[in-house]
Design a protein around this ligand. Structure first.
Ligand SMILES: [Zn+2]
Length: 113
């Protein structure tokens, strides 16, 4: 007759596995940060190859780790912020001048349709 394990034995086995996994995890260097921003990253399918000095790359990587994000997400977030600043108007609505055909920001010249 095959030996069936009692719930207590199963629990002990599970604990042992968890303990073993923890032990393994301690020795592993985390390559994927806990906060990967998976939602945003999932739609980020295009690769952008950029050249950087080794010092810059190491520094960016280090900064991303401090922030708890991947290097990709770190760069993506900063680039998005810079692009928004350059491509979109961040001035208050009071600085806009309305024309019958469009609206224009008097500070940066951005045209709203
Ligand atoms: Zn503006």
């Amino acid at each position: 007759m095959a030996k069936s394990s009692t719930p207590e034995e199963e629990s002990t086995t599970e604990d042992n596995i968890v303990a073993a996994m923890d032990k393994v995890a301690e020795t592993l260097e985390p390559t994927i940060p806990a906060n990967t921003g998976a939602d945003e990253g999932a739609t980020a399918t295009k690769q952008v190859l950029i050249r950087a000095t080794e010092e810059d790359r190491d520094r960016w990587k280090q900064a991303a780790e401090v922030k708890g994000v991947s290097l990709s997400e770190f760069v993506r977030t900063l680039c998005n912020a810079a692009a928004a600043e350059l491509l979109e108007c961040s001035h208050p609505k009071e600085m806009r001048k309305a024309y019958p055909w469009s609206e224009r920001c008097m500070a940066c010249g951005h045209r709203f349709i």
